[in-house]
Design a protein around this ligand. Sequence first.
Ligand code: SF4
Length: 507
Amino acid sequence: MTVIRQQDFIDSIEDALQYISYYHPLDFIQALEVAYHKEENKAAKDAIAQILINSRMSAEGHRPICQDTGIVTCFVKVGMDVKWDKTDLTVQQMVDEGTRRAYLNPDNPLRASIVSDPAGARKNTKDNTPAVVHIDLVAGDQVEVMIAAKGGGSENKTKMVMLNPSDSIVDWVLETLPKMGAGWCPPGMLGIGIGGTAEKAAVLAKESLMDPVNIQELLERGAETTDEKLRVELYEKVNKLGIGAQGLGGLTTVVDVKINSVPTHAASLPVAMIPNCAATRHVHFHLDGSGPADIKPPKLEDWPQVTWELGSNVRRVNLDTVTPEDVQSWQAGETVLLSGKMLTGRDAAHKRIADRLNKGEGLPEGVDLKNKFIYYVGPVDAVGDEVVGPAGPTTATRMDKFTEMMLSQTGLLGMIGKSERGDATVESIKQHKAVYLMAVGGAAYLVSKAIKKARVVAFEDLGMEAIYEFEVEDMPVTVAVDSQGNNVHKQGPAIWKVKIEDMASAQ
Ligand code: SF4
């Protein structure tokens, strides 16, 4: 019988969550480095370069890889021969205590993203609790923990289906994935759970994402089991879709596909697919009663030395003087360096603006969007001499429902976010001769270095969802939808799908 101290468990959870906020798993970084060297689409290669540079900066600076520091998801396997030194807290409560301490750590505060009453008031719990905890009683005398901080953008793209037993899982994945857009910040991984019941398949999919990236090993030794053969087939066919980094089109959409399966009912074939994003963050540890987990930091030399050249024909834009006429000359796919003032706003701020405009109250005091750009972001709080914490883009697609209102009623000139816009929104952008720019999702710490000043101008009570004014210098973005409605997220993957087919037939 092993005695596990409650304090050791809580300390280990806290340490693990701080660790994964700034250290990518090395196997993921190594897979991204391979993808970087292989990539032939310049836009996608640039995006992977930014993700790798951001990763190294986060590891060096001990600041979050992404502004979305995730929902804590924890698998705890408790040995049947384990005894706890105290029993006043449940395993859920111990994980929550570790989460609270990690997210409120003054040296590296992490963004609190969890809201209670999700179907109603959606009030931020302020400490990122409760965590999602899966507990198993297993054989043995240790406690095993696999813990992740799962980004909302990738979690939102989860798909689940009850297939007929004779249906093809590969067909379903290949049909479903292109419809998921780029809000899951590829390149990443796919976790697929097969069998059991509906809820079991979803948990299997999530747990599969805790495994290391090792598809190259599997390709070298050859697939033997059904699941291994399916992994290889999906890995190859998904990458042939040409979705690419950030949905810009390219050779690598996934660096691995993981599969967990269990027996199921003869009438059923439950399948769940959960993507993991560029901010793949998880760590494993065991407690054997000898103290808290000793999670060894990686060596910085293990990060690739990637440089990112902007090229000579980059367009520099002064946001304080830019006009509607200027914007109309920008081309989809072009890299733009933004300097000057922009406003921020995401889901809650847009909802409040919509409510005010519907009631005829106009924009809140201090907010003038005429000929301005709005950046969809919810930054991490600043520490030390930082102007703002990591501040990467959030998924723009969620703001689609507000875009016509914003463009027609506020004089807004453009928006900055990540991932694709819907067809109606692209049409609206075209009608208003506006523009949509994308920054790289998962490069939040790097982006924050371009922000030189930040102040809250409205809706302060919304915390990270308040409207800020940012003053930026040379913030790199790509024109994702230009004023003629050309859309890189449609064109890029379509072009690269054909190129990949051509490359395969030329071999
Ligand atoms: S990389 Fe993208 S999906 Fe992942 S946490 Fe960051 S913003 Fe969300």
